[in-house]
Design a protein around this ligand. Structure first.
Ligand SMILES: *Cc1c(COP(=O)(O)O)cnc(C)c1O
Length: 231
């Protein structure tokens, strides 16, 4: 059995060391513990051990867990969201990392408006073209940000990306650099209500490289919970 508390301590230590290497304050980096396919009991163990934010991929799976665990921790949606689940996602999550189309943004805005909320979101970018299925292209991002700026119930707080899987984490670096630079360009556009403070990048295999390149949110599953059983 993996010891969640021990794994978590090790991940937190690695986050801190990566931040210091890059001359960054470790407090700028928030750990999202990715709990897809992880049972509620183990999620509770992680919270006991100090996890503050959980990341889930599937709205339906998350719903049960969130109802059981409650909102003393943050819940982030990191997986692809279908527009027909927008309403439920707005109800359940504190931040959505995976806004990848104008249509989805529009549905989220409508749902958030109905629920009297302003929902913080990240725009998910596909920087590798063919290799990842979801995410808007670099070109689309600027147009989407302009559109979102007119959506009063959404606040655009940053960018997210998920590079293809590499054995060697150094191979992810170029994608992380690209996301950071894209964030800088987007910030310079000064689009009203689009702030780009957050860069969600880095997973179990490459979060240290992501931190060196400016990640503010790292999404770490297996390094905390152990290998996932196939869903
Ligand atoms: C599953 C998942 C993660 C976590 O992956 P690990 O390799 O287990 O750390 C992070 N981000 C997204 C979008 C995921 O789907």
């Amino acid at each position: 059995m993996q010891d969640i508390a021990e794994n978590l301590a090790r991940v937190e230590e690695r986050i801190e060391m990566a931040a210091r290497r890059a001359g960054r304050n470790p407090e700028e980096i928030r750990l999202v513990a990715v709990s897809k396919t992880v049972a509620t009991e183990r999620v509770l163990q992680a919270i006991q051990a100090g996890v503050k934010i959980l990341g889930e991929n599937y709205v339906q799976e998350a719903k049960k867990k969130i109802e059981n665990v409650g909102h003393n921790v943050g819940w982030h949606l990191i997986g692809h969201l279908q527009t027909n689940k927008a309403k439920m996602a707005v109800r359940l999550f504190d931040l959505i990392h995976s806004v990848d189309s104008f249509n989805l943004a529009n549905e989220l805005n409508r749902a958030a408006e109905q629920q009297g909320k302003v929902l913080p979101v990240l725009l998910q970018i596909s920087l590798s073209g063919e290799a990842t299925k979801f995410g808007a292209s670099e070109k689309e991002i600027f147009r989407m940000a302009e559109e979102m700026s007119k959506m009063p119930a959404l606040s655009g707080v940053g960018l997210m990306t998920m590079p293809p899987y590499f054995e060697n984490p150094e191979d992810s670096r170029i994608y992380f650099i690209k996301l950071r630079k894209l964030g800088e360009r987007l910030r310079q556009e000064n689009i009203p209500r689009i702030v780009v403070n957050e860069l969600s990048m880095g997973m179990s295999n490459d979060f240290e490289v992501a931190i060196e390149e400016g990640a503010t949110l790292v999404r770490v599953g297996t390094a905390i919970f152990g290998p996932r059983l196939s869903p």
